[in-house]
Design a protein around this ligand. Sequence first.
Ligand SMILES: [Zn+2]
Length: 61
Amino acid sequence: MKIIPSCREVSELLSQAQERPLTLVERFGLHVHLPLCEGCRNFKRQLVFMREAFKRYLERP
Ligand SMILES: [Zn+2]
């Protein structure tokens, strides 16, 4: 088993994290990959931003 996931795997994990709790191994992979990879950090920031924006949209009266 590979310890550090690829960028592709990281983006999939970040998307899945919106729908299900990640396993310990998956969280560890993100924890190792994200500090090394600016692209995935940006992707994660975008996901969080999108989720917040969507939530605000739903909460609008
Ligand atoms: Zn990456």
